[in-house]
Design a protein around this ligand. Structure first.
Ligand code: ZN
Length: 162
């Protein structure tokens, strides 16, 4: 029999390789909560978190490959403007959903508009970044049957959709 699935709640501050803060849970009232084994947090972080206990504070370093993936040059593409769903007021930072090389749906960001050509980047904004999570484990409990059925954590820091 495998161990019961757990809900882990934790506070985190995420910094990139230059030490710049990208995101933090410290601004919210409750820590972030996730159901183990569902891919709700990046793989490298989930593996490290699984070994911690309530009250533990750690700096967890996650390489790009174990975070949002390495940067893929093939996902930077130039397309004619008229191939995009809209050509009105096209600006850097605009986003479009389109199929990637394996047919997967990716979010492409406009990184440059040159005349009638648009340069798009389908990489995750944090692709290629080694990340550091400064974490503090706030709670660990067994998941309820309902949480396991839904595939996510409920309650404080989890989903509040019902
Ligand atoms: Zn639910």
């Amino acid at each position: 029999m495998s161990a019961p699935q757990r809900v882990i709640s934790f506070h985190y501050t995420l910094t990139d390789s230059t030490g710049e803060v990208i995101d933090t849970s410290r601004d919210s009232e409750s820590p972030f909560a996730y159901l183990e084994g569902m891919g709700q947090i990046i793989p490298g972080l989930e593996r490290a978190m699984a070994l911690l206990n309530v009250g533990d504070k750690r700096k967890i370093e996650v390489t790009a490959a174990d975070a949002y993936g390495t940067f893929d040059d093939q996902l930077v593409v130039e397309v004619p403007k008229d191939k995009l769903p809209t050509t009105e007021d096209l600006q850097e930072g605009d986003q479009f959903q389109a199929n990637g090389p394996q047919g997967e749906v990716l979010l492409f960001r406009v990184i440059e508009v040159v005349g009638e050509t648009v340069k798009l980047d389908g990489n995750h904004p944090l692709a290629g970044e080694d990340l550091t999570f400064d974490v503090e484990v706030m709670g660990i409990r067994n998941a309820t049957a309902e949480e396991i059925a839904h595939g996510h954590a409920h309650g404080e820091g989890g989903h509040h959709h019902h």
